[in-house]
Design a protein around this ligand. Sequence first.
Ligand code: PHE
Length: 339
Amino acid sequence: MADINQLKQEITSFKAQTQEQLEAFRIKYISRKSVIGQLFGQMKDIPNEGKKAFGQQINELKNLAQEKFQELIAQLDHQETTQTADSMDLTLPSAWAPIGSSHPITLIRNEIIDIFAKIGFNVSEGPEIEDDWHNFTALNFPPNHPAREMQDTFFIEKDPDIALRTHTSSVQIRVMENEKPPIRTLSPGRVFRNEAISARAHCIFHQVEGLYVDTNVSFVDLKQTIYYFVKEMFGADTKIRFRPSYFPFTEPSAEIDISCNICGGNGCNVCKYTGWVEIAGSGMVDPNVLKSVNIDPEKYTGFAFGMGMERMAMLKWQINDLRLFTENDVRFLEQFKSL
Ligand code: PHE
């Protein structure tokens, strides 16, 4: 009897705020396996003279539970309708579906490809894991050139040497091995160099290599192509200068600077107060390179250039830390949503 009174109290004071609580009530007091169900099961152990009183008590309990259950259902129903009505404004615009954005390197890559596509360059790709021939030897690197050594190159295997490509110039070789001039191609891709990661350097970055091989290609064509590209990319006011340089695979070679578009050429810490920033290496394809891919250097000439995509993106959007490109911080990436 004490148990029954206790249960009555529990049932009367039960509160259900959620569907789960309602279901808990049903399982505990209504279902066949409920405590009340179990009490019915105890009937047979009650001495005859007490059976009637006990039966009455548990029937009462059962009715109480059922009434309470209906009451809880009604309450919850009411609560849900009023809550919905209070918290929902059907005139509000719907919530934005979260959408991603292209990575700035992807945006820059596409823009560079689009600019060169207008003057007839196609896109070629090559493997990131390269052999010595395509990354170095066919590009006229002397056997003891320092760039082959461990501090610059990530070697995977020695003798024969297999490495992560240190530049996309390797793709030039692959294209020239497989195609006859005229060749006008752009090779974008990831490159790898054994360098400590900082705001200005990274061991993984992206390059675009350009190659044009045909009869009568001269340094003038290289200059004109670069002028066209830079003005499309950074605006018509951008100044360009060529500085003599050295690469094993081009002769003559030049580095290309543009007027710093952050300070407008007045001098800032990005251009180290010179007003100029370097954007590319370039030059006329060395006759030895053409020979190594069986293109006759007496008949054909070519120019090549190579530039860093990260550098382009940094100049274009005034990004001051190279590490941002690989950290995938959404606060950084989100800023390119509208582009
Ligand atoms: N491959 C050179 C580099 O990685 C860039 C370059 C490409 C220079 C083509 C000249 C011609 O620095």
